[in-house]
Design a protein around this ligand. Structure first.
Ligand code: HEC
Length: 170
């Protein structure tokens, strides 16, 4: 009986791993794994770029949302993860002046761990491209460009996005 249970457990485990492998894209060249549940995170703000016709949503994991609501964003606490999802801007079919998200372009992340990522302001950077979520960057050095471009907002812990203001009931 015990042996059967062990066999069932092993098959179950192997099945689970195979499934996880198929669903998970490759890690970024710096070893960061795509946070599997990011599509369920809550929104911090939205933005649109006029120069390349894209729309973006900035989402946060639980720790990031809590920090944003409490105004603990300079610096953001360890454990906070920010995601930026980018789509092509499309006109709504039924009402063309309304801009809506079209094709998915990429998703990118900033993960706060002040010790692990001390070299890059305490943030781990990673990006995955297109629907097949191809990891971005030829090697781990890609983070230099991410970090360099985020310098203008060094005083805001390298984060451009400021939580969008929402009316709140007490
Ligand atoms: C050319 C400049 C530039 C580069 C390079 C760049 N970013 Fe950003 N990033 C921005 C700007 C500007 C914003 C905020 C406005 C927007 O895009 O909506 C931003 C926003 C973000 C956000 C949302 C949090 C925030 O700071 O507002 C994440 C996450 C992010 N970038 C990750 C990355 C990663 C990962 C890389 C490298 C693979 C990267 N960025 C490279 C300019 C840059």
């Amino acid at each position: 009986m015990k042996r059967i249970l062990v066999a069932v457990a092993v098959i179950g485990l192997a099945g689970g791993l195979a499934l996880a492998k198929k669903e998970r894209p490759l890690p970024a060249p710096n070893g960061i794994e795509l946070p599997a549940d990011f599509a369920d995170w809550r929104i911090i703000s939205v933005s649109a770029r006029s120069d390349n016709d894209t729309m973006r949503a900035v989402l946060g994991n639980k720790a990031a949302i809590k920090a944003a609501r409490e105004g603990r964003v300079a610096p953001w606490p360890d454990g906070a993860v920010l995601a930026k999802v980018v789509w092509r801007r499309a006109g709504m079919e039924e009402w063309p002046p309304a801009a809506v998200p079209g094709d998915f372009v990429h998703v990118e992340f900033m993960l706060k761990d002040s010790r692990k990522y001390a070299q890059t302001g305490g943030w781990g950077f990673a990006r995955w491209l297109g629907n097949d979520l191809k990891p971005y960057g030829a090697d781990a050095g890609f983070v230099k460009d991410c970090f360099a471009c985020h310098q203008p907002v060094k005083a805001r812990d390298y984060v451009f996005t400021q939580p969008a203001v929402l009316p709140r009931l007490r």
